[in-house]
Design a protein around this ligand. Structure first.
Ligand code: COI
Length: 355
């Protein structure tokens, strides 16, 4: 419930930082646009949203998000078409998924209209921050966290929902070398793996660091009970390509229902690929690797879109993936989705939200 549906209170920055941006070296997630939007939940309702200059916020060290991890987030991107209009890719899906995560983490749901209103007004105000180069976009980071100043363990009674944005370039610049993880687990059955909960990412850092120290870029997560089935790739969903077949682990309570995953699978179907969403076993992928019949493996997420994997390590062996078809699929998919998001391809599934 929203207490007050008055217009968002907007305070514009006195001095834009746009002229300080090094557009040739955007990197990912280190440059922040002029404004941020936020709304507070207290007394059982959301209050009037605010947009103000981006900057630090004041918190007590006792807020519950810091201690008990009630913190969730989303990631989505905005682009400009050739007419200079702003297109946001499938934002309602993020609004819906935020509420799925909120439900799992015992947090309040946010009306989709409030999410969309805050998002569109913020992006309108900072539309000058949307980069126009190929593979570049304005990355949008909505997130919600618990702000009760209280040390006991119980669901917080107060929350903040905040959106800030970053002009970004590519998330990964080269193909990945990954290790199939058979010891640590990203998420378990009945856990929070299908929520975009901050803690899932925190828990992934240690195993990922071990893999990095051993020369890998990321890990391929497997199921917690048997480590025989793939779940995700690093911070992304995962897909495999063999001939005309695209295989991706079916969504479960330990796998995030990725919006880019959903989009890539739909486009693959549109292109005539056979798409299988099911349990994908380590054994069958290793067999395909040994027979040189695996034509591609990819991490798939909003930040990178589709990140090709070059080497998969399993039980002491590095398997290099036959390049031709895999680079075609990933390259073609990346180009197609990038063009679609910029309004350069027909938007037949109505994925672009124009503001
Ligand atoms: C994504 O791939 O979209 C992610 O969620 C990664 C993000 C944590 C940077």
């Amino acid at each position: 419930m929203l207490a007050d549906t008055n217009a968002i209170e907007i305070t514009k920055t006195a001095q834009s930082r746009l002229d300080q941006v090094d557009w040739e070296n955007l990197g990912f997630g280190k440059i922040f646009s002029d404004h941020m939007a936020y709304v507070e939940y207290r007394d059982g309702q959301w209050h009037t949203p605010v947009i103000k200059p981006y900057g630090p916020m004041n918190f007590s060290p006792a807020i519950s998000a810091l201690h008990y991890g009630q913190a969730i987030f989303e990631g989505l991107k905005a682009y400009k078409n050739e007419q200079g209009e702003v297109l946001i890719f499938r934002p309602e899906k993020n609004a819906e998924r935020l509420n799925i995560s909120a439900h799992r983490m015992c947090m309040p749901s946010l009306p989709v209209e409030t999410f969309m209103d805050m998002l569109t007004q913020l992006i309108n105000l900072d539309s000058g921050w949307i980069p126009k180069g190929e593979g570049e976009s304005l990355y949008i980071r909505p997130h919600m966290f618990a702000i009760d100043e209280f040390v006991g363990v119980r669901p917080s009674e107060t929350y903040l929902f905040v959106i800030f944005t970053c002009p970004v370039g590519k998330y990964y610049t080269s193909e990945l070398k990954v290790k199939i993880e058979t010891n640590y687990t990203r998420a378990t059955k009945g856990g929070t793996g299908s929520a975009k909960a901050a803690g899932n990412y925190g828990a992934s850092l240690f195993p990922t660091q071990i893999a990095k120290d051993a020369g890998f870029d990321q890990v391929l997560w497997t199921d917690s009970q048997t480590h025989e089935y793939f779940e995700e790739s690093g911070t992304m969903n995962v897909m495999f390509l063999s001939g005309n077949k695209v295989m991706s682990p079916a969504i479960s309570d330990s796998i995030l229902d990725g919006i880019t995953r959903n989009s890539v699978l739909q486009v693959a179907k549109d292109w005539g690929y056979e798409v299988e969403e099911r349990k994908v076993s380590v054994a069958e992928i290793v067999e395909l690797l040994k027979a040189k019949k695996l034509d591609g493996a990819f991490g798939v997420g909003t930040a990178a879109t589709i990140a090709p994997i070059r080497i998969i390590h399993h039980n002491g062996t590095d398997y290099e993936i036959t390049r031709d078809q895999s680079s075609d699929f990933a390259g073609r998919m990346n180009t197609y989705l990038d063009r679609l998001k910029r309004g350069l391809e027909e938007d037949k599934h109505h994925w672009n939200h124009k503001i």
